[in-house]
Ligand binder design. Structure first.
Ligand SMILES: [Zn+2]
Length: 424
C-alpha cells in the first residue's frame, strides 16, 4: 500500500503532550508503568492462556471484566454482544475517549494456548494479538487510578469481541451502534509503537455458491449443467476486471470448493471473494464491476449448453464481510495527540499507514480514530508459532496513556485536544 504523506504536525498537540509528560504526577505514573513491566507480562500471559476463539470470547471477556474492576475502573459491564466496557471518570465536562483492545483470537477452539517464556520472549498463540493490547488497557487503568490522574474528559476502556476474520468487527459495530457519548477512539492492537494509522482499509467479502443438477460425467454430458464449469467461467471474468490506480483497490478469489468426484458433474461449487480499498467509493466501484459478472456467467453457461429448468445452473451470492473504509482528517486530534505523545516519549514514527482494525467503524462514522501498538515486538501473528518479545514493552502503555491524557485533558494542567461531538 502506498504510504500517506505525513501532515504538518499540530503545535498545540506537541506542546500539550510535552507539558503533560513533564508534570510531576504524570512523570511518576509513566515511570511506574516501566517499574511494573513484570506485572503487565503476568497479566498478559494470564489473559492469553484463556482460549478466546472466534465467537467464543465469553470466558476471556468475563475474566477481563473482573481484572478491570480490580484495577479500579468504574461501571464495568458486559454488553449484549460480549464487549467489556469500563470507565475512568473525568470531571464530567469533557470529551469521551474510547481505548479498546480485542478479546478474540484467530485460533479455533481446542488450540493449546499455553504460554511459554524464555527470557524476554513469550511464546503462545494470541500473546501479541491481542493479549498485548488487553494487558496495556489494564496497566493504563491501574496507573491512572493509583496516581490519581484527574482527566477533564472520560476514558472508556473496552475489550471488544469479533475483531478478527469472520467476526467482521461485530464488537466495534455494536459499540458504535448503541447509544453512546464517545468522541474519539484508539485501538491498541498488536505490538509496534512506532506506527500510527492514518486510515482504514475497507473490505467487502462474498461467498458465491453455484448449483446445478449434477449427474454422471458421461451420460449427462451436455444435459446437466456443471457448478464447477460455471464457477470457472465466473472466475475467468472476475480475473479480467480493471481496477483504478488510485485509490488502491484489490480483489481476490481466496477459496474455491466444489465437486465430489472426477467422473461426476459437480452439483455444487463455491468461491470466496475479498474486495479491498482505502476508499468506500473504490469498494463500491469494484463490487459493482464484479457482482454482475456472476449472473452473466450463469446466463452464458446455460445458453452455451442450452440448459433449461432443472438442468440449468444457478448462483447465490451471500455477503460474509463488510468493513467500511475511512480516513482521518489532516488535523485529526487523535493522530496528532499520538504523534505528540511519541515525540514527548522519544519514540520515532516509522510507519504512518492504513490497516483494518476496530477503528474502521468509528472512522467511517467520522469519529477521529487510530490504532497504536501495545509495545514489544511481535512475530508470526495469526500463526500457532506466534511469539512476542517483551523487551521495552512498557513503551506501549506509556504511549497510550500519554495520548489519552493529551486528548481528554488533565485538570488544572491542559485542555482536552479532543472535541465533543454532537450526540443529540
Ligand atoms: Zn489484532
Amino acid at each position: 500500500m502506498t504510504q500517506p504523506s505525513v501532515p504538518q504536525w499540530r503545535k498545540d498537540a506537541l506542546q500539550a503532550a510535552a507539558g503533560i509528560a513533564g508534570n510531576e504526577a504524570v512523570a511518576a505514573a509513566l515511570r511506574d508503568i516501566e517499574a511494573e513491566h513484570e506485572l503487565r507480562i503476568a497479566q498478559q500471559t494470564e489473559l492469553s492462556q484463556i482460549p478466546s476463539p472466534p465467537f467464543g470470547e465469553t470466558a476471556r471477556g468475563e475474566h477481563f471484566a473482573e481484572m478491570l474492576r480490580k484495577e479500579g475502573a468504574s461501571d464495568v459491564t458486559i454488553d449484549p454482544t460480549g464487549n467489556v466496557i469500563g470507565r475512568l471518570r473525568g470531571t464530567g465536562e469533557g470529551p469521551v475517549l474510547v481505548i479498546a483492545a480485542h478479546l478474540d483470537t484467530v485460533f479455533p477452539a481446542g488450540t493449546d494456548c499455553t504460554v511459554r517464556r524464555e527470557g524476554s520472549m513469550l511464546y503462545g498463540p494470541g500473546i501479541s494479538d491481542d493479549a498485548c493490547g488487553l494487558a496495556a488497557l489494564l496497566q493504563i487503568c491501574r496507573t491512572a487510578v493509583r496516581h490519581g490522574l484527574k482527566t477533564v474528559g472520560d476514558i472508556v476502556l473496552v475489550g471488544t469481541v469479533g475483531e478478527e476474520g469472520n467476526g467482521d468487527l461485530r464488537g466495534s459495530k455494536a459499540l458504535w451502534a448503541a447509544p453512546n457519548d464517545y468522541d474519539g477512539f484508539i485501538a491498541i492492537d498488536s505490538a509496534a509503537v512506532t506506527r500510527i494509522l492514518k486510515g482504514s482499509v475497507g473490505c467487502k467479502r462474498f461467498r458465491i455458491t453455484f448449483t446445478g443438477p449434477g449427474g454422471h460425467s458421461l451420460h449427462k454430458f451436455g444435459i446437466s449443467g456443471s457448478a464447477i464449469h460455471v464457477l470457472c467461467r465466473a472466475g475467468a471474468k472476475i480475473d479480467q476486471v480493471e481496477v483504478p490506480a488510485e485509490p488502491k483497490c484489490t480483489f481476490n478469489i481466496g477459496v474455491i470448493k466444489g465437486g465430489t468426484s472426477v467422473n461426476a458433474i459437480a452439483a455444487s461449487a463455491s468461491m470466496e471473494l475479498d474486495i479491498r480499498s482505502m476508499d468506500n467509493d473504490g469498494l463500491e466501484l469494484i463490487t459493482s464491476r464484479i457482482l454482475p459478472l456472476i449472473d452473466e456467467a450463469v446466463c452464458e453457461e446455460n445458453a452455451h449448453w442450452h440448459l433449461e429448468g432443472e438442468n440449468a445452473v444457478k448462483a447465490e451470492i451471500v455477503q460474509i464481510g463488510d468493513r467500511p473504509a475511512g480516513v482521518n482528517r489532516d488535523d485529526s486530534p487523535v493522530v496528532h495527540a499520538a504523534y505528540g505523545a511519541m515525540q514527548a516519549l522519544g519514540i520515532p514514527l516509522e510507519k504512518f499507514a492504513f490497516a483494518a482494525t476496530d477503528q474502521n467503524v468509528p472512522l467511517a462514522l467520522g469519529v477521529p480514530a487510530t490504532t497504536l501498538g501495545g509495545g514489544g515486538t511481535e512475530f508470526f501473528n495469526h500463526s500457532v508459532k506466534e511469539h512476542w518479545d517483551s523487551a521495552g514493552a512498557f513503551r506501549g502503555p506509556q504511549l497510550a496513556l500519554l495520548t489519552a491524557l493529551t486528548l481528554t485533558g488533565v485538570e488544572g494542567l491542559s485542555e482536552p485536544l479532543l472535541e465533543k461531538r454532537d450526540h443529540s
